[in-house]
Design a protein around this ligand. Sequence first.
Ligand SMILES: Nc1ncnc2c1ncn2[C@@H]1O[C@H](COP(=O)(O)OP(=O)(O)OP(=O)(O)O)[C@@H](O)[C@H]1O
Length: 348
Amino acid sequence: MNIGEKTIADAGRGGAGGAASGIGVIEVTALRRRYGAAGRRAKGEPERGRRSRAGTRESYEAVSGIDFTVARGELFALLGTNGAGKTSTLELLEGLAAPSAGRVRVLGHDPFRERGRVRPRIGVMLQEGGFPAELTPEETLRMWAGCTTGARPVEEALGSVGLDRRRNVRVKQLSGGERRRLDLALALLGRPEVLFLDEPTTGLDTEARHVTWELIRELRDSGTTIVLTTHYLEEAEELADRLAILHDGRIATAGHVADVVAAHPSHLSFELPDGFHLGDLPPLGELGVISHETTGRTVRLRTNELQRAATGVLVWAQDKGITLRGLDVRSASLEEAFLHIAKGLENT
Ligand SMILES: Nc1ncnc2c1ncn2[C@@H]1O[C@H](COP(=O)(O)OP(=O)(O)OP(=O)(O)O)[C@@H](O)[C@H]1O
């Protein structure tokens, strides 16, 4: 499938590339970001840039013309493999860099050129925050609160991320997960209208992750617009109203989680009893099966019409009076959709 066509089609029906409702608090149009010289590149990642005569990478386009809109109070997740362009995109939204081409508007302003108008209204949690190592979380928050208009009480900020009991420990003695929580507390301090979270739960243990999800949900429910990047598909499924999966700097697919998942085939598998063969099943095409494979006696069917395929197989089994052992019927998951896109199969 052509990536550009898909993005445009999705934007057209307003449920995917376009915001769910209302005017976008964040509007991104034909956005591009090119880095000047050879930079960081994930191991094994193919190069996608101009080359100098010496053969080194001269410039590199990390964001290659993307469009999306996020409505007020919406939580939008950016997913993608390492190096797909998530952080490069987020930094443009945060006003930390100017795009090479295209347009970004956050709360109606250009976040880079009109930084003074946008910055007080947004909260930013970078992928790697830097704190003075000798300060405690409480001192760090007090210092930030001093520079923030209308800051939350420091107590409240510490409590919201579960750092109350670690308030007096020096930052250098905090665990990685505790530092992430301090990062989040700083991003929330100014009661932002728009919150950007770059991998907010990386390094958190399961309990802390769930507590953070709860906090993010509360913020969203109280009207905060949130854009987050994550490598945890479960996190996107739990939190996101809509998401975009980036691949090679482009939006490979975007939409509500259920729609993104529904665009990928479901699976049906079972064991054929002794004496039966694949050819004994009703014609697979008539059951809406798009492909199949067999391993030993196990049959695996892929279909975009799960109910029809499952009904056909079950009615057949009942008519024959047989029990299908190992019967497994499942819709595609976000993980399958993601892996499909990550392998570049969306273009085929
Ligand atoms: N300062 C830079 N100079 C040159 N290239 C860069 C720079 N920063 C990022 N890149 C390249 O841009 C591409 C996208 O990087 P980016 O950090 O946006 O990806 P990502 O999707 O956030 O990845 P990850 O999941 O690993 O954080 C990568 O190929 C990276 O090497």
